[in-house]
Design a protein around this ligand. Structure first.
Ligand code: GTP
Ligand code: MG
Length: 277
């Protein structure tokens, strides 16, 4: 009988031990609760408000630090003589201007023709091979849109160079991540020999498909991997502009206009697409 009682006592002790090990913070929680109960309610409200302020500040900081910076630059890029500087002048003032090969960038605020009257910074970049990379590097992260100007009159002769430049632009990690809108402006449509936007798009897709094969083959033979460079479009499919992460639009324009130097430019399509940014 005695043995039974002792056995029962031991059982209770063991249960209590288990409880103790399950809640090691129980005594602390209890003492904190006791202290809180003893405190002035005004002090407690103060602590709660202070905690709420800290939490709200953290949430706001996280929101502001991680939210996307607003990109406002519209870059005019393209090969030499495609008409970027004349387009720059026409978009800003509507005026015809005699131009010379650009050796530096120029920028000015451009008011889009939309109801909001959005203002972008229009930047004309030099097209010369030796200057292109450094200016692109300087402005690429600020680009909201890239207007890629093509000389449609001599496109056939330049197709390879145009495709190579576009390839470099589109496989750039910053550009691909930010995905600025791409407007391919098929300029010089006033010239009879000019190729249409549709044809230019098709030929560029074909050319870039070839470039994609040769470029990735060259890279993988160098170091065994397609190191760092992005793959253009979808793997296993012929390249199409619609596979890109950004909005792409091909349009026709003429910075000179059909009436020559005195007349207006034919750039409504371009203005419309800049109004949609
Ligand atoms: N016929 C015709 N000529 C144009 C048109 N747009 C530009 N041009 C002419 O093409 C030449 C080159 O124009 P630019 O605006 O200087 O070319 P760009 O792209 O700025 O050239 P770079 O500064 O060297 O990169 C100039 O003689 C322009 O008048 C166009 O729509 N039609
Ligand atoms: Mg220029």
């Amino acid at each position: 009988m005695e043995a039974d009682i002792t056995g029962a006592n031991m059982g209770e002790k063991a249960e209590a031990d288990v409880e103790m090990t399950e809640n090691p913070f129980e005594p602390y929680i209890e003492s904190v609760r006791q202290q809180l109960e003893d405190q002035d309610p005004v002090f407690l409200i103060g602590v709660i408000v202070a905690l709420a302020v800290v939490i709200i500040t953290c949430v706001f900081l996280k929101y502001f630090l991680t939210s996307k910076t607003v990109r406002t630059a519209v870059l005019l890029v393209g090969l030499c003589d495609s008409g970027k500087t004349l387009l720059f002048s026409r978009l800003l003032s509507g005026k015809f201007k005699r131009t010379q090969t650009s050796i530096t960038d120029s920028s000015a605020p451009y008011k889009a023709k939309n109801e909001k009257g959005s203002t972008w910074t229009l930047i004309d970049l030099p097209g010369h091979d030796s200057l292109r990379p450094q200016y692109l590097e300087k402005f690429k992260s600020a680009a909201r849109a890239i207007v890629f100007v093509v000389d449609s009159a001599i496109f056939q002769k330049e197709v390879r160079d145009v495709a190579e430049f576009l390839y470099v632009l589109l496989t750039d990690t910053v550009i691909s991540r930010n995905a600025p809108a791409l407007v391919v402006a098929c300029n010089k449509q006033d010239i009879t020999m000019a190729k249409s936007a549709k044809l230019i798009q098709q030929q560029l897709e074909k050319e870039m498909n070839t470039l994609r094969v040769t470029r990735s083959a060259a890279l993988s033979s160098q170091d065994g991997s397609v190191g760092g460079s992005l793959y253009l479009g979808k793997k296993g499919k012929d390249f199409e502009f619609s596979q890109l992460p950004m909005k792409v639009e091909f349009l026709e324009c003429s910075a000179r206009g059909s009436k020559g130097d005195e007349g207006d430019a034919d750039i409504e399509g371009l203005e419309k697409s800049l109004a949609k940014l």
